[in-house]
Design a protein around this ligand. Structure first.
Ligand SMILES: Nc1ncnc2c1ncn2[C@@H]1O[C@H](COP(=O)(O)OP(=O)(O)OP(=O)(O)O)[C@@H](O)[C@H]1O
Length: 633
């Protein structure tokens, strides 16, 4: 399999620059040193397992660690063919800034050097293309005319190759499963919604929509698992909107301090709630009279309260802010007829489960059976399925593709990279990415790291190296997070360094490359992360940096890659065969539940154990603290 850094940019990236803080731009030291991954090596000799024993540090890899020096300093810089101009960045020539203090990349995209705009310090400035998702008021037309990068309807949904999903295996289980449909015309969604679907340029339903929409329209509870980027948002929004229109069209008097939504859609992150689900639901509800309101943390609650007072049929919310609003007595859930949990496995793991139980079971929401409940995710560990069944009544289980599988639209590469080499390797990938793209908007790169501090540090370093980068994580203010996403989406900063807060649900066009700079602890998180590319029938690339610390992920990673018809390096196979599943860093290994089957009711039922026991894989979702990742807010 070709490596990104065997491409043209990498070939030209042979002039490392010493960025020691004592050097001035004029006294840049040129070295003949070539980082190990840039040397001509025979294919397949990149990993340690084939040629070296684990941890031996012998040969090329040990050498590379010594030569590159400390990972924290990142003192090797290859300048590649002037992709960012020919400036040599040196510490002395760059304003220093600590994490969160501003002083990052000077806006302008890949090709613009200098400039006065600081991405971070401009966080509150509304970009020309950006819109604030704080503005939750009723935009009369949600199909934006002045936002070319957001105008998915004009650009993104034409020519989408959903045929790529045609052959996908589909499994349904449960009683009296309503038959799937092939076209939107076969489903009675109502004239206005059909018109909005046409406006969205959705020509035909995706596989998950073909199955899930008839099931939900028939009033059935549903647990649905389908691959990232395959249209799950519409799959739960359409039946909700159609159901409200059919059974209780809006027109009831509004006002009063307490809001009585008819539908509640919960999701784990602010950005997913505000920038995906809320935005999509508003488009789908256009001219229906249905009011869609979003409530999420980090944004001023007063604005959200005012918005709720104007009336709400569909409430999109993150759990924490919703609990706050419920405790203030400003929302009653007594009228809820539809409950949808997006990223349901995440919503029910240990991080969120108590809040979800409070919202669903301890407030005034009608119980299962008197409301319709829909759970959606790309991953559904069996243990979470068991938990989720508490919220469902006589439900249908739908799996489009294998549970937790990734789409083979995403080319997955795994490279053995020591921590000390990661920055240099990333730089090469970014240069190669740049060299392949025709313009910045077609080559966004999303780089996942493990911690918030790590995200700040990597963003800072990239900016010092003149890479147009920004970051998103739980320690940034909401306006900074929104600005970072906007700037990434618009291509102003085509590199986004992110923690897992950006791993799920975000639907950003033109993410060409996802880099797992640090691999996650859980294979399911990996599935969601790489799913930020290769969406809606398009292809994408995902590169992971792997080393000994990731050993416990080797086996589920190999299984996932094989399942998605990816080429697995021999050295990774060796890691997988030697991996110890007795615990350690990968204690949440999703392999336990992902690869064991589908509908858990078929394989042991509510009390049943996993075919792959937790002993074998070192634990599952039930482990103490397992659901809480430092990267989440
Ligand atoms: N029927 C359709 N025709 C064309 N495009 C569609 C259709 N349904 C959805 N899309 C588009 O596909 C993209 C991905 O959809 P969506 O965000 O709902 O995926 P998802 O399955 O929820 O992904 P994730 O698991 O990452 O949250 C969106 O841009 C959406 O507008």
């Amino acid at each position: 399999m070709p490596s990104a850094w065997t491409g043209p940019a990498a070939e030209s990236a042979v002039e490392p620059v010493n960025v020691n803080s004592s050097a001035s731009p004029e006294t840049t030291v040129r070295s003949s040193y070539v980082p190990p991954h840039l040397r001509n090596k025979p294919q397949g000799a990149v990993g340690p397992v084939d040629n070296h024993s684990f941890g031996s540090g012998g040969g090329g890899l040990g050498e590379s660690r010594e030569n590159l020096g400390s990972a924290g300093v990142g003192n090797s810089l290859a300048t590649a063919g002037g992709a960012w101009g020919s400036r040599s960045a040196t510490a002395s020539g760059i304003p220093s800034s600590g994490p969160g203090s501003g002083g990052r990349f000077s806006a302008g995209g890949w090709n613009k050097g200098g400039g006065s705009g600081d991405v971070r310090s401009n966080g509150l400035r509304s970009g020309s293309n950006g819109k604030s998702s704080w503005g939750v008021g009723s935009d009369p037309d949600p199909f934006p005319k002045e936002e070319p990068r957001d105008a998915l309807f004009d650009q993104e949904n034409t020519g989408i190759n959903f045929d790529a999903y045609e052959d996908i295996p589909v499994e349904t289980s449960g009683e009296n499963v309503p038959p799937a449909v092939s076209t939107f015309a076969e489903i009675d969604l109502g004239q206005i919604l059909n018109e909005n679907i046409r406006r969205c340029k959705y020509l035909k339903p995706t596989p998950v929509q073909r199955h899930a929409i008839p099931i939900s329209l028939a009033g059935r509870d549903l647990m649905a698992c389908a691959q990232t980027g395959s249209g799950k948002t519409a799959a739960f929004c359409f039946p909700i909107i159609a159901g409200i229109m059919r059974n209780s069209p809006p027109g009831r008097p509004r006002g009063g301090r307490k809001a009585f939504p008819l539908a509640l859609i919960l999701s784990p992150t602010r950005e997913l709630s505000s920038q995906v689900i809320h935005d999509e639901a508003k488009k789908f509800s256009f001219q229906t009279g249905i009011r869609v309101v979003v409530a999420y943390g980090g944004a001023p609650i007063q604005n959200q309260l005012r918005d709720l007072e104007r009336g709400v049929e569909i409430l999109v919310a993150t759990p924490g802010r919703l609990v706050d609003l419920l405790e203030r007595g400003r929302i009653s859930l007594s009228s809820i007829r539809y409950l949808a949990l997006d990223e349901a496995d995440r919503m029910l793991d240990m991080g969120f489960e108590p809040q979800i139980r409070k919202i669903v079971e301890q407030m005034d929401m009608p119980p299962a059976g008197r409301r319709q409940t829909m759970l959606f995710s790309a991953t559904f560990p069996r243990e979470i399925q068991r938990l989720a069944s508490d919220f469902l009544g006589n439900y249908i289980f739908l799996a489009v593709g294998r549970v937790g599988s990734s789409t083979d639209l995403i080319e997955q590469r795994v490279e053995y990279v020591l921590d000390a080499d990661k920055r240099s390797m990333l730089m090469d990938l970014l240069h190669a990415q740049k060299a392949q793209g025709t313009s910045s908007q077609h080559q966004l790169s999303l780089v996942f790291v493990e911690t918030k501090r790590g995200a700040d540090a990597l963003e800072d370093w990239l900016c010092r190296m003149d890479f147009p980068a920004t970051s998103i994580h739980g320690d940034r203010t909401q306006s900074e997070r929104e600005h970072a996403l906007r700037s990434f989406r618009n291509g102003v900063t085509p590199i986004l360094v992110a923690t897992d807060v950006a791993a799920r649900g975000l639907d950003i066009p033109h993410v060409a490359h996802v880099v797992n700079f640090d691999l996650p602890n859980d294979i399911d998180d990996y599935v969601h992360r790489i799913g930020r590319t290769g969406r809606a029938g398009k292809t994408g690339l995902a590169t992971a940096f792997f080393n000994e610390k990731d050993s416990s992920l080797a086996r589920p990673l190999v299984e996932l890659m094989q399942e998605a018809n990816q080429e697995v390096p021999g050295w990774l196979m060796n890691f997988a065969s030697r991996a110890n599943f007795g615990g350690g860093r990968n204690r949440r290994s999703g392999g336990a539940s992902r690869f064991g089957g589908r509908d858990f009711r078929k394989e042991g039922g509510r009390g049943g154990g996993d075919r792959y026991s937790s002993e074998r894989y070192g634990g599952g979702y039930g482990n103490a603290g397992a659901g809480v990742s430092s990267a989440w807010d």
